[in-house]
Design a protein around this ligand. Sequence first.
Ligand code: 13P
Length: 249
Amino acid sequence: MQPLIAGNWKMNGLTAQLDCIETIAAAVRTAPPAAEVLLCLPATLISRGVRAAAGQFRIGGQNCASEVSGPFTGDISAQMLRDAGATAVIVGHSERRQLYDETDVMVAAKAEAAWQAGLVTIICVGETSEQRLEGQTLAVCAAQIDGSVPTGMAASANVVAYEPRWAIGTGRIPTLQEIAQVHAHIRLCLIARLGPAGKTVPILYGGSVTAADAHKILAVPEVGGALVGGASLNAAEFETIFRAAPAST
Ligand code: 13P
C-alpha cells in the first residue's frame, strides 16, 4: 500500500500561510514523493488551499457534522467540505473527543456522513495516559474501533489513525515496539469489524511525529503513514516527513 502522510493544521492557518501550501506543492511537483500527501486545513482555507496545492496533493477537513444540512448553526457538513474541494476528513480526533465530548456513537455518525459524501474518512483512536498506565491501551483502541467505524464501511473510504492522547503535542512518543503492538491489534480489530476488507485499511500513527523520528516510525510494521500536527505547519519539516515514508507499507 502507498503510505499516506496527512498533516493536521488544527486551528491554525490564515491567508498568509497559503505560501506554505504553495511551497509544499512546488516540492511535490519537483520530485514526487513515494507517499501520498494530504493536508487537513481549517474549513476557511480549504478552497484556497486546493488552489494553492494545484493538484499536487490532496486537501482535507478536520471535522464534519453527522447531518447533511439543516438547522445546525455553525456546523459544516461533509458534503460542504467536498463541495469546497476536500477529498478527506478527520473524525473523532482526540481533541474533539476530549474538548467537545464527542462519543463513539457521534464519531460513527460523522464517519458515515463523510463516507456517504464521498470523502475518505480518517477515524482517530487512542488512549489517555491514565488508561495507558492502567494497561488499557489495547482495550480502549478496540472499543473505539468497534464504536466509531461504521459497519459495512468500504475499506477504500477508511483510514484509522492511532493517536495516543498523551503523545499529542507533548514531544513524547511510544516506543517503536509499543507502536507495533497497538497497530497489530488495531489491524485485528479492523478485520473483525470489516472482514477481509479490514486488511487494507491504512493505519496511521500520530502524536509528536517530527522530521527527526519519522523514518523510524514509518518503518514499523502495520504503520501505513502518519498524521502530523505541529510539524505539518512548517513546509520544510513536513517535506522531510513525507519523504521519509517508504515506497510501500
Ligand atoms: P502533534 O504532531 O502536534 O503532536 O499532533 C498530532 C495530532 O494531533 C495530529 O492529528
